[in-house]
Design a protein around this ligand. Structure first.
Ligand SMILES: [Cu+2]
Length: 294
């Protein structure tokens, strides 16, 4: 883990999407943060030790989906599938396929394996899976504010964790989508999906993969923007207690963007960027990392 020094910082951005506004000042305490997102190898140790069964491995409860065809209520997860050519970008169902049997061990569905992906971030994990892992590891999920503070690497107001330029001196700094989304990715072979953690240089706090690769769960409930946010005090806990109960409709903030973020479509591989994600909606591009109070 890396020690992220406490202090006040400017959270959010006025330059991109409305959900990141307004910029406001937040003060956070010292915090230990995982050096990289939780990997498949780490998650496998957790599952072996605890017997945890993830959200994606369980058939949805018919009580939660009274209108659904019971035959459709089987275990599975959302998998990205590149399209053959250009499609309307307002319809995400074009490139997300719900695949029965897709889960963290089978990232593209039955037949796919983790072979060679031990050091990739775990994916197809829901918020409750992230909480369970954190509890097992004696850690917690960070709040959005503390995640953003950590991701900024000590730079004030910079667009990316490494500065304001996307590819300084032509160098790729994170696993994002290069080219035309969702059908033409000019990134290195294999980068249509996750890449091993620590492949790219860390930020100023020593943290790897804070943007790109996979979105990361935070403990913060989703809010449509930062309006009305009150200044958090220095005693604000970055590693808050786990929520007592969750429903299908609950959403949490995810941060960092993923390998599927393309400038033309989704410029969210930035510390300020945020999205609301349903707690039990699992996909091939959402993972997490943990923290511990310093
Ligand atoms: Cu994105």
């Amino acid at each position: 883990m890396c020690l992220v020094p406490g202090g006040s910082f400017l959270m959010g951005s006025a330059d991109f999407y409305p959900e990141e506004r307004p910029v406001w000042q937040v003060e956070v305490a010292d915090l230990w943060v995982d050096e990289h997102p939780v990997t498949n190898a780490q998650f496998r140790r957790f599952v072996r030790d605890s017997g945890h069964v993830t959200v994606a491995e369980r058939a949805p409860d018919p009580d939660d989906f009274p209108d659904a065809d019971p035959d459709m209520l089987v275990a599975g997860s959302q998998v990205f599938v590149a399209t053959a050519g250009p499609v309307a970008l307002d319809d995400w169902t074009r490139w997300w396929a719900w695949v029965p049997g897709a889960d963290w061990r089978h990232p593209e569905g039955p037949g796919s394996t983790l072979h060679g992906r031990e050091l990739h971030p775990v994916v197809h994990v829901g918020f409750e899976d992230a909480l369970a892992y954190a509890a097992w590891a004696g850690k917690a999920l960070t709040s959005e504010a503390c995640w953003e503070r950590a991701a900024r690497g000590g730079l004030a107001g910079a667009t990316y964790p490494w500065g304001d330029e996307f590819m300084p001196r032509g160098k790729v700094r994170a696993n994002t989508w290069h080219g035309r989304f969702p059908y033409q990715n000019q990134a290195a072979p294999g980068a249509d999906r996750t890449t091993p953690v620590k492949h790219f240089a860390p930020n100023g706090f020593g943290l790897f993969d804070v943007v790109g690769n996979v979105w990361e769960w935070t403990s913060s409930p989703w809010t449509p923007n930062h309006a009305g946010a009150t200044t958090e005090t220095p005693t604000h806990s970055c590693c808050g207690p786990a929520p007592a109960t969750l429903t299908e409709q609950d959403r949490r903030v995810i941060k960092g963007g993923s390998h599927l973020c393309a400038a033309s479509y989704c410029h969210r591989y930035r510390p300020a960027a945020r999205q609301g994600h349903a707690v039990r909606s699992t996909t091939s591009h959402v993972g997490f990392r943990c923290c511990r109070p310093a």
